[in-house]
Design a protein around this ligand. Structure first.
Ligand SMILES: [Zn+2]
Length: 88
């Protein structure tokens, strides 16, 4: 999956930044809606970057959804995209 530089999510356009894991709360990625940025751990595999990006997109949509539900939704989206060859 191509990791975009920016994503419009609802009414907000967020920058997508690949960065060192030391700069990320939680290690894999984080979503800062106020500063309009999603950060992804640059050391992760492409599959983990895709999963984490979807996880953070879901957070951007719904900041109150629990982590387990966010993970389950992200995993479902990534699996459907991959199993149907929807990635470039
Ligand atoms: Zn999360």
């Amino acid at each position: 999956m191509k990791i975009p530089k920016k994503l419009k999510i609802g009414s907000v356009t967020l920058d997508i930044k690949l960065t060192h894991p030391d700069n990320i709360e939680g290690g894999c990625g984080d979503c800062d809606v106020i500063n309009q940025v999603i950060r992804l751990n640059s050391d992760m595999s492409d599959d983990m970057k895709a999963f984490t990006l979807w996880h953070e997109i879901i957070h951007a949509w719904n900041t109150t959804l629990e982590e387990e539900k966010t993970d389950a939704m992200a995993q479902m989206i990534v699996t459907v995209i991959k199993d149907n060859n929807l990635y470039e």
